[in-house]
Design a protein around this ligand. Sequence first.
Ligand code: KG4
Ligand code: ZN
Length: 342
Amino acid sequence: MQPIVLGIETSCDETAIGIVRGRTLLANVIASSVEEHARFGGVVPEIASRAHLEAMQPSIQRAVSDAKISLRDIDAIAVTAGPGLVGALLVGVASASGLAQGLGRPLYGVNHLAAHVSVDYLTHDKPTDPTIALLVSGGHSSLLQVDDITGSITKLGATMDDAAGEAFDKIARILDLGFPGGPAIDREAAKGSATALDFPRGLTTSNDWATRPYEFSFSGLKTAVARYLESTPKYVRADVAASFQEAIVDVLLLKALAACKETGINSLVIAGGVAANSRLRAVAEDRCAKAGIELRIPSPGLCTDNGAMVAALGSLMLSAGRPATRGAFDADSSLPVERVSL
Ligand code: KG4
Ligand code: ZN
């Protein structure tokens, strides 16, 4: 029988508990406090922490009941140790430590970003090593070379300003589409034309390709959209959303495919909340097929924050024989992506 791992995720506004047996997802419970943040236009850390405290116990109980197991059946516990909001992370780490100690089971403090990439393991086979990973979330956008998801990740490049998801959220706000912006822009864009407006692709001049091929920048795009809206009172919102989305998708994939080509690694995983974007998924499929690159994107529901991804990484750590995290540890709000576990 494969080991059962319970994963706890509280890095932002989701209190999320996942339970896996090996590669099989048994439970995936997500209690989100997003509605409490919506009127502020972004996540308020204090509200998130309090919501985690309230949601933790009931969420664990529901996950255990959904998985049709008892707490004693759990073989190991994994928890997001960072990066994220420190107060929010602390609730998860404290709960996981208590549970691990109470049950006498090993505890893995793992990296949220690596967990995003490893969730693909629940849908497809173990991510082929090595692979290039395009990690695009609300807080991070980076290109990674993953030689071993349980311990060897190299950052090839990252955003120099906003994360891709952050850009979606900001543009959604100025288009009056609400928060979180990504799903709203995705829906609005489906009604518009992606070629209506030609918005800039950041860091794609020949000089940029020579000096910072894998870095991203979305601030110029954001400014261009804002200027266009100011100067065009009768703009067509769906066209702006579609053209903005196209600019982001285009540049993310240009750089991801360039990384595959340059490293000779013909495998690409796209992960993080923005990987749920329907246009990104469609264009990625098309371009990867043409370039002979094997593409893996987790199902949309597993792209945004969840506990299953933390459990998946815990399960991979366990089967790789990686040591559990020793003793008490603190959450690390700026845990670098190269540190897969503590
Ligand atoms: O990974 P995630 O759930 O949380 C972080 O770790 O940040 O990512 C959240 C981000 C938000 O910025 C949200 O707007 C974006 O992912 N997002 C999307 C879509 N769904 C979520 N962006 C574009 N299209 C989507 N369908
Ligand atoms: Zn995330």
